[in-house]
Design a protein around this ligand. Structure first.
Ligand code: ZN
Length: 361
């Protein structure tokens, strides 16, 4: 597996404040770093460079995306406004911050995701991981949202679509991939699948609910209840997401890979463990598809780094690191209800073409 990196991704400075709200909070003795910060990405890189999976990985340097490339999934006016906003530290929406280093970081994240795509498209590797920030899956054609500015996963998917691939996007970040859903609304030849926590809409830039009511012919939303955990994600993949990919006939996969569903993530609390992410990696590997993964959320940086490591283990068929922290039991009571609700609006789908769909696993 090839991992793609660009130093400019570290130049996006999101500042400090009250968790994700930048600014002055005088009643805090020590303000906290914004959760989406450079230290988390450096920690992720260090885990893959120095963890036991390191000998199995090769590293490549990404590149900057061009304006024309960014415009494949965003409006020109949005990109112009975003570039101008990066001239000084400002919040482009409630908790999404930009500053002087951000435009280069945005272009580096998008271009590095494209470099990962190019390696896979050229047959140099079947699996490529774009270890980038800022994340992208909430970014819509003309809106920033939820720390996301340019939708890196959607850009890869659209680029692959234009190259004639039948593309699916699989998103396991704990939050709904609303931006990707919007980019491909009305594009039936790209399948978007999001497995996420039931969190509903938020703020002026996030009108989407992520509910099964928004599912359709080429968009599949699986909402899971609080406390879902490893078993619920395993079943959501085996019983809905992977069968949908098979039925759609995807020949190229883009994964929006977040670790904020972990049991310890302050933005997620969805009870996934490092073992759960390893299982997700295995499930993706079993598809055998050319695959580009883009880094999305994951905000408790040490545990997220462990989850990234175990996800990569799963992708490579390895089992290396123990999880020293997992102890919270899953809440399994609502999984059947959640999966039935997800299926209820997918009346055009059959879900029987993938072997694991024929019974719970
Ligand atoms: Zn997230």
């Amino acid at each position: 597996m090839e991992v793609f990196w660009h130093d400019a991704c570290l130049e996006h400075d999101t500042g400090v404040g009250l968790w994700e709200l930048p600014g002055r909070w005088d009643w805090l003795d020590v303000a906290e770093p914004h959760p989406e910060n450079a230290a988390r990405l450096r920690t992720f890189r260090h885990a893959l460079e120095h963890g036991p999976v390191a000998p199995h990985l090769s590293w490549s340097t990404g590149r900057f995306a061009t304006d024309e490339e960014l415009a494949r999934v965003h409006t020109r006016s949005y990109l112009d406004d975003l570039r101008a906003a990066c001239g000084q530290r400002t919040a482009v929406e409630l908790n999404t911050v930009v500053g002087p280093g951000s435009w280069d970081a945005i272009r580096a994240a998008a271009g590095t995701a494209l470099a990962a795509y190019e390696a896979v498209a050229a047959g140099r590797t079947r699996l490529a991981y774009a270890l980038v920030r800022p994340p992208g899956h909430h970014a819509q054609p003309d809106l920033a949202d939820g720390y996301c500015l340019v939708n890196n996963a959607a850009l890869v998917a659209e680029t692959a679509r234009r190259a004639g691939r039948r593309v699916a996007v699989l998103d396991w970040d704990v939050h709904h991939g609303n931006g990707t859903q919007e980019v491909f609304r009305g594009t039936p030849d790209v399948l978007t699948v999001s497995v996420h926590m039931r969190h509903g809409p938020w703020g002026a830039n996030h009108a989407q609910t992520g509910s099964p009511a928004e599912s359709g012919a080429s968009n599949v939303n699986v909402e899971l209840s609080l406390g879902a955990g490893d078993g619920a994600y395993r079943r959501a993949l085996a019983e809905i997401a992977l069968p949908a990919l098979a039925e759609f006939g995807a020949d190229f996969l883009v994964c929006a890979s977040g670790f904020d569903g972990s049991a310890f993530d302050p933005n997620g609390r969805h009870n996934l463990t490092a073992d759960g992410y390893r299982a997700i990696g295995r499930a993706v590997a079993e598809l055998g598809l050319p695959t580009v993964l883009t880094q999305e959320g994951g905000y408790l940086r040490g545990y997220s780094a462990l989850c990234l490591h175990t996800l990569v283990e799963g992708l490579l068929g390895l089992d290396l690191l123990e999880d020293p922290l997992a102890y919270v039991p899953d809440d399994t009571q609502l999984v059947d209800v959640d999966l039935a609700a997800a299926r209820s609006t997918l009346t055009d789908w059959d879900f029987t073409t993938y072997p694991a769909a024929r019974g719970p696993v």
